[in-house]
Ligand binder design. Structure first.
Ligand code: AMP
Ligand code: MG
Length: 327
């Protein structure tokens, strides 16, 4: 079964066709990050206008692709996301489905983030359900117990800012631009993770609880203070140390909660997804902290960490054909 996916929830315009939930036959993904960088974050109305422009530009190619692959259904990342941006994709997908005379499947793109691992052919065997999903993106931070792709329970979600959002805000303060995550990661490689003392959020709490806003404020305030006391020539080093220390603490807080979820559920399969899972330091820290003899960690391929229509099409298939994709 071939599903055509559409994703426009944030700043990626993406259309893909996926066969049986796993084989990507066609993919078009255009990031608008450069258009938003001067504003330090995604501007919803601008994102919507760009989606319309990009989708219109894609139409001639898409008509050929649809002719070639004859999709059996259209899936769209619906409801959750920046409302004006989401609506452009919904309208486009609805029109496509009606034109093709096929079913329209609405997908929760936050949950679909776990599907990256299923799209990577070299990851074999695929994770088995039940499992823990860890979704770390620009808008969400969630630890989820999945009984199956569609039966899940959110064990913990951020009480304030999402982890990716905090990377973006700290990056903005350091003058690095948007999107901040990759820029913090690059700068952090040059810095000392232990140079700046920042408290790990909710360190003494036993329950699964995630919060990143306090860490963001503490990092920004500390940086501003230290900046005043630092000679101009040393400011670059200060930024490197702040980036490295902030990154480490943000990840240790997340990982502490993943450990609590493992403890609570007894599940030992952990699947990562979302834009922040592109971060190699996060992957290294997870591998260090979670005992590989006990925990099987699945990392999505880089190209499917962020928002992407292949995730939408793949997960849409799993929503109705679960047995096919897990065995
Ligand atoms: P998404 O919301 O899934 O599209 O992911 C976008 C978010 O992921 C943004 O907040 C980015 O700053 C963040 N991100 C992307 N790459 C990295 C990275 N290497 N390290 C940390 N955060 C990242
Ligand atoms: Mg994005």
């Amino acid at each position: 079964m071939r599903i055509l996916g559409v994703e426009t929830t944030c700043d990626e315009t993406s259309v893909a066709i996926v066969e049986n939930g796993q084989e990507v036959l066609y993919e078009f993904t255009l990031s608008q990050a450069k258009k938003h960088s001067r504003y330090g974050g995604v501007v919803p109305e601008l994102a919507a206008r760009e989606h319309v422009k990009n989708l219109q530009g894609l139409l001639p190619e898409l008509i050929e692709v649809v002719d070639k692959y004859n999709p059996h259904a259209v899936a769209v990342a619906a409801k959750i996301g920046l409302p004006p941006a989401v609506k452009t994709g919904e309208a486009f997908a609805r029109g496509l489905a009606a034109g093709l005379g096929v079913e329209l499947i609405e997908v929760n793109h936050v949950i679909a983030h776990i599907w990256g691992v299923w799209l990577e052919p070299s990851i074999k065997p695929k994770p088995q359900f039940p499992l823990l999903g860890v979704i770390v993106s620009g808008g969400h931070t969630m630890i989820i117990r999945f009984k199956s792709p569609t039966e899940f329970e959110v064990l913990g979600t951020t009480e304030d800012d999402a982890i990716g959002e905090v990377f973006d805000k700290v990056a903005r303060e350091l003058g690095l631009g948007y999107p901040g995550g990759p820029k913090i990661e690059t700068l952090a490689k040059l810095g000392d993770e232990f140079a700046i003392e920042l408290p790990i959020p909710l360190a003494d709490v036993k329950d699964i609880r995630l919060s990143f806003a306090g860490l963001k404020t503490a990092t920004i305030n500390l940086y501003r203070n230290l900046c005043q006391k630092t000679y101009k020539e040393y400011k670059e080093f200060l930024k490197q140390d702040v980036a490295a220390s902030f990154q480490r603490v943000a990840f240790l807080h997340l990982i502490a909660n993943v450990e609590k979820a493992i403890e609570k559920t007894g599940l030992h399969t952990v699947v990562l997804g979302g834009g922040v899972s592109a971060n190699q330091r996060l992957i290294d820290l997870l591998a260090q902290r979670l005992d590989p003899a006990k925990v099987q960690l699945y990392i999505p391929p880089l190209r499917y960490t962020g928002d992407n229509a292949a995730l939408i099409a793949g997960y849409a298939y799993a929503m109705s054909n679960y047995q096919d994709v897990v065995t």
